[in-house]
Design a protein around this ligand. Sequence first.
Ligand SMILES: C[S@@+](CC[C@H](N)C(=O)[O-])C[C@H]1O[C@@H](n2cnc3c(N)ncnc32)[C@H](O)[C@@H]1O
Length: 324
Amino acid sequence: MKTIINIQLSQKELENDFLECLRNREIPSRFSYWGKKETFGWLKVCKSKDYGVYDKGVDLVTSNIPKISKCIQKSGHHEFNFISLGVGNGIKDSIIIEFFLQNFEMKYFPIDISLDMLNEGMENIRQNIKTVGFISDFRHFSDISELIRQNHYKNHLVSILGNTLGNFGQVEILNSLRRGMTKDDFLLIEVTLRKDAGSKIHGENLTDIIESYNNEDYKSFVFTPLIKAGFSLEDGIIEVEYGPNQYYPKLSSIEIWFRIGKDKTVNYADQELVFKKDERIMLYVSHKYNQENIHALLDGNGFKVCDCYISKDGLSGMFLSNLK
Ligand SMILES: C[S@@+](CC[C@H](N)C(=O)[O-])C[C@H]1O[C@@H](n2cnc3c(N)ncnc32)[C@H](O)[C@@H]1O
């Protein structure tokens, strides 16, 4: 079946956005995936033994998809636009599509910041399904949602998998989702769970979480956007930290920073940017949840959880919800 890609954000707009982020010393996660090298960096992380989170997610989706489908069937709706926020390598979406096509009429709408990721991900969708991919930022979800609703089915199944929710300001992302949804839509979220998420004191048993990020594959993945700006790894050091989040005290977060080793001037988009020794650039943030705080977060932002699916080891979970 023919696949269409709808470009809502131009490369020039993204370039200007990236410049602004460099000035602010904060690289939002969208830029970790924007570009060929970045995309391949992420695909490598998915295969990396040090970063076990991805495989756990695939297992969780595979083992729970029949239950998710049953729960959605109870709504009585049989036609859905499947809107996937962040296609990645497309494997989880493909598992969902395979199963859902047995029970529902479905069309597929992956939304992603990265054209390279969208191309890679859509390659892995082998099923015969009408597909329209969007190059956009999740912040524009409500406009795209409206566009899809007008031209396709009335109801959406929206997914945000792979702890992608944890890379954003929580109120910002949940509000953006809510604005694009109606009460008949479903939202499927997959997040990483940790018992210590939100505790005031961390310090014990942190080796596992720090090591999932403090390894060559992950560090190289999160550093790649800075190469675009003219940095190299020799210009400083990467620091990985885990602790309570300053804005969301009930969550804990991994933060990855680049500390500049010596004064450095770079050029990006014809602009000169001066960085001083010991300045830090935020490369990546990933919030971690527990079952209680993800429920509270959804509840506090206008969603009601209809079902949840937790992995046997309790380290990842999927939450299916509707608008209240
Ligand atoms: C952590 S990966 C998860 C991929 C996939 N859902 C999975 O679970 O394997 C995040 C995905 O979201 C996309 N992404 C990240 N931030 C985005 C943003 N602000 N707007 C649009 N896409 C974004 C990335 O390009 C990537 O495909």
